[in-house]
Design a protein around this ligand. Sequence first.
Ligand SMILES: Cc1cc2nc3c(=O)[nH]c(=O)nc-3n(C[C@H](O)[C@H](O)[C@H](O)COP(=O)(O)OP(=O)(O)OC[C@H]3O[C@@H](n4cnc5c(N)ncnc54)[C@H](O)[C@@H]3O)c2cc1C
Length: 507
Amino acid sequence: MKINIIGAGVAGLSAGCYLQMNGFETEIFEKHSHPGGLCTSWKRGEYTFDGGIHWILGSNPSNPFYLLWSELIDMPSIEFLNHDVRMDLEVKDNPDRYGNKVFHLYTNLDRLSSYLMDLAPEDSAVIKKLIRSMRKIQGYEIPPMIRSVPGLLPFWQKIKFVKHLPLLFFMMRWKKETNLTIARKLKNPFLREVFQLLFDGDEVPLLVITLPLAFNDKLGVGYPVGGSLNFARKIEERYFGLGGKIRYNSAVDEIVTENGRATGVVLSDGTKFPSAITISAADWHYTLFTALKGKYTNKTILALKERRNLEVYYSIFLLSLGVSRSFSDFPHMMNFPAARELVSPDGTRYSRIEVHCYNYDPTLAPKGKCVVAVKFYSKNGDYWIGLRSSDPEEYKRQKTAFAEEIIGNLEEKFSGIRDAIEETDIATPATYHRYTNNWQGSTQGWLPGKNIIAPSPVDNVIPGLQDFYLAGQWTLPGGGLPVAIKTARTVAQMICHKYHKPFVVSK
Ligand SMILES: Cc1cc2nc3c(=O)[nH]c(=O)nc-3n(C[C@H](O)[C@H](O)[C@H](O)COP(=O)(O)OP(=O)(O)OC[C@H]3O[C@@H](n4cnc5c(N)ncnc54)[C@H](O)[C@@H]3O)c2cc1C
């Protein structure tokens, strides 16, 4: 039975692997010339610039996602790096009691605990509670029952979920807490400012930071040496090994439907490829409103389109520099006040800068040199996408002028960086949109709502259309690689269930 899959991102490749393992014949259609989608990197001269992941959940067996990655990849063949400090955050106003303005977010919980207690003994009750909560997280299986799809389980197996009730109660207890509610509880001015600035002044559920930190402590959220594309290539390799086919440079323009069934895809050159089942592991908006022409919607889908249920995850303006210095004494990730406020052409104002120094990955730059990347989040990706399409010259001028301003600002912290620049690359939301089709240049699909334990309003099937499935970052708010592989596996399990085949995973 033939299955067409749209997109060779991590979700499309993973869906292909699982379906090949289960005896289906699959073919992936990818508009770009490479696999990976958002999980990507590219070469500029001697340098490799990474436009994707910083860490992968499940990089060692302490996290259940390791089991899933191991189904597709020989995980021990990848070197994962775990940083001692997740980020160095410089405050603007309140130094710590030693006169320092830089906060180190340690990834080892014992170290983090003693560091916080030393800095703010007056806040010991709050600190102990936070550390205790992260220790508790480590005791739970997260996500619960990762290899099952609840909807497909018989009743007697669903009962097993009861053992995860303590996790549910824990999440309910913590779901209302944010970085700002914690900040308000802190007496120490330095620590209070740190919590206020954790997300550049935004209010974000605390679990967004405590969950990864709990896994960091167990070394389960590592960076894959070699970068994002290297990681995606490992899944591509497995897919080919399982007999899968990929058509690169093959954009799907239309999903063919007949009598309420998806029956194939049509490429931009007009070629039609029939199939019994179609999976879109590509952008949600493009799939529903361009490839399917908006014919299959309901109230929930239309509310999502108008962004009434969920917000689209930020896009980014990413400036990558290949520099002839190692900056080996600089932390790998810094967030600090900008010397001068930066105003992006898209209207977003930035008073802080986030810099990533890839001095820890020797595969990305020659010895003694390094890649330095500056990332600015934007909720106005459409500005860049529109400008690039209406006036490419002006787009180029604006992105270059903004990059120049950023470099000027960087000089204050990285003295002499301008003279050390050998390669420059500017990726805007329009770049992400152009290469991956993601709506508004989104980097992770939907932003999780304020209530991060609320059920997702997005589904793997759509109303009124048979033999069609959605997988990937747009099907579970928060996105990321874990969502890509898990939703792909879920869709493969749903298809096996439909055809009364036991779902198997082969080595
Ligand atoms: C800067 C950055 C940092 C990130 N950091 C992390 C991190 O540290 N950890 C983490 O877990 N996640 C991170 N993410 C998010 C993660 O990379 C994504 O959530 C994940 O890769 C999404 O995978 P996907 O397969 O669902 O979608 P995508 O990667 O978007 O793949 C979709 C694929 O479909 C193709 N496609 C689209 N339309 C068509 C069409 N019409 N025809 C044919 N092909 C089409 C696209 O070209 C693309 O290859 C980051 C993302 C970015 C951009």
